[in-house]
Write a new protein. Structure first.
Lengths: 127, 156
């Protein structure tokens, strides 16, 4: 495969892996890294207890999936004897579909989410 | 008052985050227009590469500054105010941050492909490249306007 075709295929395969790894914890009871901003600590668990953020952990997980997929796919794609750009084009279409699907999933679920407010501390004054 | 990471610098971080987002929305939009131009035979390749590089840097800077300001926002704005009084803003923020993360691999794709693609020969790749550029522009426009609405409701 030509250099640009192989690169495009590897990058789009990585994009698919990123989208799937990013959304995966929402579908399963998988442990992810949570950050507790009030306690300055990290935890690897399924659900948080208190004010916590899983965004860093999910993003890191997705970046690792992207890197692994890219590093595996690129040398394979370079060795494949394929002419034309049909396969990279298909991977591109799947990558865009996966990304848009995950975006729609988050848009839909978060639109209907009812957040649970934290307990107001004694010092709290709205600023 | 609890001690939160980057709390004392949170306002400055958000101002810089917004400044980087101004550069980002401009470069992403110009890049998307140039990518659509490739489909119509208007091959401004050098300009496309410049905008792709600019948007890649601006996206990374905006994203990292947002990550730094996030702990302060998560507690002082979201946990103590939005979740109680403005739940729509909480949900819009989480939608925005998830969309921003999903844009990261597309930024890398656009930057790398802008360097190696031959817009005259690789016609199938150019179509997909333009689609990626348009999706990226849509994410950035959504995120910028969501950010403005959220900050109007309450900032850090």
């Amino acid at each position: 495969m030509r250099k640009q075709d192989a690169l495009f295929l590897a990058l789009t395969a990585g994009t698919i892996a990123f989208a799937m790894a990013f959304a995966y914890p929402a579908f399963t009871s998988e442990s992810v890294i949570w950050y507790y901003p009030l306690e300055h600590r990290w935890a690897f668990e399924v659900t948080a207890h208190g004010v916590a953020m899983d965004f860093y952990g999910r993003t890191l997980q997705a970046v690792i999936a992207w890197s692994a997929t890219f590093l595996v796919t690129l040398p394979i794609a370079r060795r494949v004897h394929a002419t034309g750009q049909r396969i990279p084009f298909l991977f591109g279409a799947w990558a865009l579909t996966a990304t848009v699907f995950v975006m729609l999933f988050y848009g839909w679920t978060l639109h209907y989410r009812i957040p649970v407010p934290a307990k107001l501390p004694s010092w709290y004054q709205p600023r | 008052m609890p001690d939160i990471a980057f709390d004392s610098a949170a306002r400055l971080l958000v101002v810089l985050h917004a400044a980087a987002a101004i550069v980002l929305i401009g470069s992403t939009t110009h890049h998307a227009l140039i990518a659509v131009g490739y489909l119509r035979g208007r091959n401004k390749v050098r300009l496309g590469r410049i905008y792709a590089a600019t948007l890649s840097v601006a996206y990374t800077v905006t994203f990292v500054l947002g990550l730094c300001a996030y702990p302060t926002f998560r507690y002082h704005v979201r946990a103590l105010f939005f979740d109680r009084y403005e739940p729509w803003a909480s949900n819009l923020f989480d939608t925005k941050e998830n969309f921003a993360a999903l844009g990261l691999p597309i930024v890398v794709l656009v930057f790398v492909m802008s360097r190696v693609i031959d817009v005259k020969e690789d016609r199938l790749l150019v179509r997909m490249y333009a689609a990626c550029a348009l999706l990226l522009a849509a994410i950035v426009w959504f995120d910028v306007f969501s950010g403005i609405m959220i900050t109007m409701a309450r900032g850090v």
